[in-house]
Every structure is written in C-alpha cells, then in structure tokens.
Design a binder for this molecule. Sequence first.
Ligand code: Q9C
Ligand code: ZN
Length: 345
Amino acid sequence: MPITVAGNAHRQHAPSEVYVGGELVPPLETPERVDALLRGVRLVGWPIHGPREFPVAAVEAVHDRELIEHLRSGWNDAQDAGWPPQVTPDVFPHQGIVCDGLRGSGEFRRKMGELCFDCSSPLTAGTWIAAKEAADVSLTAAECLLIGRERVAYALCRPPGHHAGPRVYGGYCYLNNAAVAAHRLASEQRPVAILDIDIHHGNGTQAVFYDDPDVLTVSVHEHPEFGYPYYTGYPSERGNGPGIDHNLNVTLGRGCVDDVYGAALEAALARIESFASSCLVVSLGLDGLAEDPTSEARLTPRAYAAAGAALRDLNRPTLVIQEGGYAQARVPEALARFLAAIEGL
Ligand code: Q9C
Ligand code: ZN
C-alpha cells in the first residue's frame, strides 16, 4: 500500500490576513487545509508517517543561499527593524525603476523586494519552520521511493512550493518542495519527469530546471492571460540551452470542465511518455475544482480521479507532492479519488 508523509510544524505558519488586490483579507492557505487533506487520506486508508529532518544542503541544491538565509532569519531582522509581525515587501525592483542593474547586497529592505514576488506570502514567526518541514516531508517521501519499497508516495506538504524559484518566493510558496525532491531523485536515478497539475503555472519548478535536460518539467494550468501568476506559463516557454524542449506548458481556457481538462492532461502525459524517466514527481493542486476561489476552472472530483487513473497507467514510481487547493469542503473527496485511482483501485 502507498504511504503518506505529513507533519505538524506547518501550523506555525498561519498568517491572519494577506493582500488580494490591495485589500487585506483572510488567508486561503491555512493550517485547516491539512485537516481537509488528511480527511481525504483517511478515506483511502493510506498509512501516515511523520517527516525525517534533512540537512539544509538538500534545499541548497535548488535555492540560492541568500533566499534560504532570508527565509530563516528575515522575520527576526524585520522585527529588529521595526516592521509589523507579518512581513510583506512594499517596494519591488520593478523593471521600470531599476537602472544599471540590481545593486547592493545584504540590506534587509532591498532583499524584501528582490526575493519576494507578490503580496500574498507574508513572513511570520513560524514561516521558516513550516517551510523547512514541508521540504522535509517531500524528501522523506522521496526516500521511500528510492528505497524501492513503494511505487507511490504522497507528500502532504504545507506550505506549498511550486511558485518558489531559485531566488524568489511568492504565491503562498517559500521553498519548492517538488523541486527539492526531484533534484534528490535525479541525483540517484536520472532522468526525472515532473508533472504539475496545480491549476496555476508552476513557475518556480520551471525556473529551477529550465536549463536542465535531465529533468523534464510539464505544467497544465490556466492561461496566463487570466490565470495566476499572470507573467509566466506561456506555451512559448520551452526551456533554455541544453534544456530546450524539456519544458512544456499546456494551457487551459476560461471555465475549463472535466472533459477539456482530460484532453489537456493527455497532451501533457504524451510528452512524459516520450521521455523515459526513472520516476515521476506530480505537483498535485486541487485548485481547479469549481468551488475553488483561486481559479475559473469548473472541475469536479471526477477530473482528479481521471488524472490518478492516467498516472496509474503510466506505471512509473511516482512521488505526489501537495500544492494548492482551497475549497475545503470539496478537497477530501477530490484527493481521495485521485489517490484511490493512482493506487489502481
Ligand atoms: N482571486 C498556489 O495554489 N492569488 N498558489 C489568488 C484569488 C494567489 C496560488 C487570487 C493564488 C496563489 C500554490
Ligand atoms: Zn495553485
């Protein structure tokens, strides 16, 4: 039977409000999400294990030291500098003001704007502890695959990770759990494929492996013309240098329904099938559900059951990493159906 890995320290990251469109509103990305996801796991009865703690070197393999240091100590630095208890940058090094390149280094205020790309991802007292635990959850699940005891492992990560890039965080994401695990897997058994089926573009994962032909990245998401994060995720983004044609973006139109989604997923899976990877990392977001406030998609849990079944048919060792999904009433059923299908039930 496949296994689940989940922790408790994520609860220490619980912003009380975040900016949406300039207004402070209650957050969607909450500790209660994990309770809903665990209800889904219990529906399929997969055993749940706690995470092991890994050296931070595993995270340094995909993230810049300065970003890691900032996540680790930025909140404390901010408190010393008189910032509020939830820290969000308010000046960014926008292309329209930067002249002669980014300069200076190490200064706290400058790092705030440079290392964070949106206003929905505050640093709080417990953010580092939670983000590091999520990376440890994904690494623990990856080890289960490497030991070869399981064909499928589910990493119940929170906070999510796929928007975090080598040197930037945002989109509720701080460390890229999927990228950290994929890098670890690739160091043992290349090549690795990543399929990102969060409804938002996995810009961070794309950026981490953009030049890398040993890690294929494929993302299925709402078109950036209307879908978050708005500036990335175009089909023209195909990889770079040796990594050219090792990144694929499959975009969805407004109001996507199950059948249309299934066809897009088929195109994504065809590319993965043509790439003989030793294993597969799936960034699973459940935010395409009709009830989810962060997308225009109108998926039902059936779409996630179909995705699970298609992945079962690929029949590769598979690490499932939790990303987004905010419609808490609907999440348990969608997750349970995905997990049951990928197990082959
Ligand atoms: N009207 C992840 O799913 N913007 N991040 C929401 C809603 C932020 C999503 C706006 C969406 C971030 C990991
Ligand atoms: Zn998402």
